[in-house]
Write a protein that binds this ligand. Structure first.
Ligand code: COI
Length: 354
């Protein structure tokens, strides 16, 4: 790709690592590429970060034809810039394109765009433990047309921002609401695509969870309200009787890259991992009989987040006495160690931006 570059006249001050949080800051530049049905994807450019003017009748503003990805760039102790399995994000972006009638991109172009932008903005990558540069590629449908129809024009944009912990509680165990009223997705819907509407659909339950003192929602399946699916911004795992179980990708669950990597790490460390339907009743039975050992969520933004308590139908269920369990700790340490270049990468997961 021939990516054009427009220099910014004024660069923002870089923040200190202490109070980064998640999603509050953006860097100086962004990547944009346009699509037109007649030309395909064209005009890749890196330009100063700025608002994008949109016609009020723009398709994405009305019908949500838009998708996104999330990945991170890390600064290793020896100063290298590392991405974690970015080719998986490129592949998933195209899968989300397919589900939402957005024309696919060349996956090498996606990687090149990410790499070029991160290289340019590498001074924004924080180096304190638990921090990184979050990368948010997204595509929006830009036709100014109010008919319900796939757009003929799109924008592929990548923005960046330095981040710390996703949850204000840091890596302390979180309390989640097992949601039995609202549903996020059903098989055949858009649950396995990273499309904007899935997140809009989650807000009502998220709001309810927060009012009940929980940080996120554990979704149950949309048909029986029985099988666990995923947590707000993460996939979910439960350790029961020595086995680590995560819901199988049934069509309504996001195929997480941290989920996939965690399963590979667990297998390597000798844990039995089961991907299968897991009912809330089985989890509560395990709680009752003392075999519910640990629970955690996995996600790019949330990394590995221990779950210390479940709230279901008005009753609270502590997991591992609300403490971080050994498997959760091992996964957090190993995964963040590999991602940030502090541990050797035997899997070949990291990708150096040179
Ligand atoms: C990520 O983990 O990168 C995500 O995209 C989840 C997001 C909704 C915060």
């Amino acid at each position: 790709m021939n990516i054009s570059f427009t220099k910014s006249g004024r660069l923002k001050p870089k923040p200190s690592s202490e109070a980064l949080g998640f999603g509050k800051l953006t860097t100086d530049y962004m990547f944009i590429m346009d699509y037109d049905a007649g030309r395909g994807w064209y005009d890749p450019k890196i330009v100063p970060y700025s608002p994008i003017p949109l016609d009020p009748s723009t398709c994405v503003l009305h019908y949500g034809q838009g998708i996104f990805e999330g990945l991170k760039a890390y600064r290793s102790p020896d100063g290298r810039v590392l991405l974690f399995r970015p080719e998986e994000n490129a592949r998933r972006l195209n899968n989300s394109c397919d589900r939402t009638c957005i024309p696919p991109l060349d996956e090498n172009d996606i990687l090149e765009a990410i790499t070029e932008l991160v290289r340019l903005e590498k001074d924004w990558i924080p180096s304190a433990e638990g921090t990184s540069l979050y990368i948010r590629p997204f595509i929006i449908a830009t036709d100014p047309f109010l008919g319900v129809h796939p757009s003929r024009t799109y924008m592929f944009i990548i923005i960046l921002g330095p981040v710390g912990n996703y949850y204000p509680t840091g890596i302390n165990p979180i309390k989640i609401l097992v949601e039995d009223e609202y549903v996020r997705a059903v098989a055949g819907g858009t649950g396995e695509a990273k499309t904007m509407g899935n997140y809009a659909a989650s807000l009502k339950a998220q709001d309810k969870a927060e009012k009940l003192g929980c940080i996120q929602v554990l979704w149950l399946d949309g048909i029986h309200r029985k099988y666990v699916e995923e947590v707000g911004s993460m996939n979910v795992f439960f350790k029961i009787g020595g086995k680590v179980i995560t819901p199988a990708l049934s069509g309504s669950i996001l195929p997480g890259i941290t989920r996939m990597s965690s399963m590979e790490l667990l297998k390597k460390h000798g844990y039995g991992v089961e991907e299968r339907a897991l009912s809330i009743d089985e989890i509560l039975h395990a709680h009752k009989t003392g075999t519910l050992e640990e629970s955690f969520g996995t996600g790019t933004a949330a990394v590995i987040s221990p779950i210390g308590e479940l709230l279901y139908k008005g009753s609270n269920y502590m997991v591992n006495n609300g403490a971080i369990g050994p498997v959760t700790s091992m996964l957090y340490d190993t995964l963040t160690g590999i991602q940030s270049g502090r541990l050797p990468d035997e899997f070949g997961w990291t990708f150096e931006v040179k």
